[in-house]
Design a protein around this ligand. Structure first.
Ligand code: NAG
Length: 229
């Protein structure tokens, strides 16, 4: 039997091999293109989750620090710290109250919930930065953290969109962000009213960032480690 024509060391085969491998190399070296449909050039889902959890933890840390900075600056002589919070603008979004409730939610619902809460913060965070900037005596520690949180929140939103596209295979359910009606209070002429609105907003931010951080840690454990963590 003559199988010389099928020899794998033959010239034409080598040429094809060289062409294919240089194509693959080019693909790897090129900056990461957006990958629409589950091909190999994607960042691993685990890495996306790692990044999201680091961000959400950082945002929660910054919010807690901003909250204590605010209290340090304004708590001594303000009556409003004994006043009840009216409620957060995100309260209309039903969220699990504890770990068990969160565990019982379908992970796609929980992912979309995180996305919805995060996107509900876009507008108030923008105004938080603007209004804190306008307060003469506001300590730098509040403004710098507000700026950083606004920025990181956007990054986390982008990361969540990538995760959700991956987990839901490109099927997106768009849920409207919860409306924020607090701007007139933040811009109120009366200083106490303005400060109380700011206090409420920072309080709610700390609360929501804590929730999001917990949900994301739980989701990472469920989706990446199959709940073995
Ligand atoms: C935030 O993180 C820093 C650095 O890791 C840490 O020192 C600080 O205690 C944290 N703050 C809060 C409120 O957790």
């Amino acid at each position: 039997m003559d199988n010389k024509g099928l020899s794998l060391t033959g010239g034409p085969f080598l040429l094809v091999l060289v062409l294919v491998s240089s194509l693959l190399l080019c693909k790897n070296v090129a900056s990461m293109p957006p990958c629409p449909s589950g091909v190999n050039c994607e960042v691993a889902l685990g890495d996306l989750f790692d990044h999201a959890v680091i961000l959400s933890h950082y945002i929660h840390n910054l919010s807690s620090e901003m909250f204590s900075e605010f209290n340090k600056q304004y708590a001594q002589d303000r009556w409003f710290f004994t006043r009840a919070i009216n409620g957060c603008h995100t309260s209309s979004i039903p969220t699990p109250e504890d770990k068990e409730q969160a565990q019982n939610m379908h992970h796609e619902d929980l992912l979309n919930l995180v996305l919805r809460v995060l996107s509900s913060w876009n507008e108030p965070l923008y105004h938080l930065v603007t209004e804190v900037r306008a307060i003469q005596e506001a300590p730098d520690g509040i403004l710098s953290r507000a700026i950083e949180i606004e920025d990181r929140n956007k990054q986390l939103l982008e990361g969540m969109e990538k995760i959700i596209n991956r987990v839901q295979h490109g099927v997106r359910r768009i849920e409207a962000p919860s409306p924020w009606l607090g701007l007139p209070f933040l811009q109120e002429a009366d200083k106490d009213t303005r400060l109380f609105a700011l206090y409420e907003l920072i309080h709610c931010l700390r609360r929501d960032s804590h929730k999001i951080d917990n949900y994301l840690k739980l989701l990472k454990c469920r989706i990446i480690y199959d709940s073995n963590c």
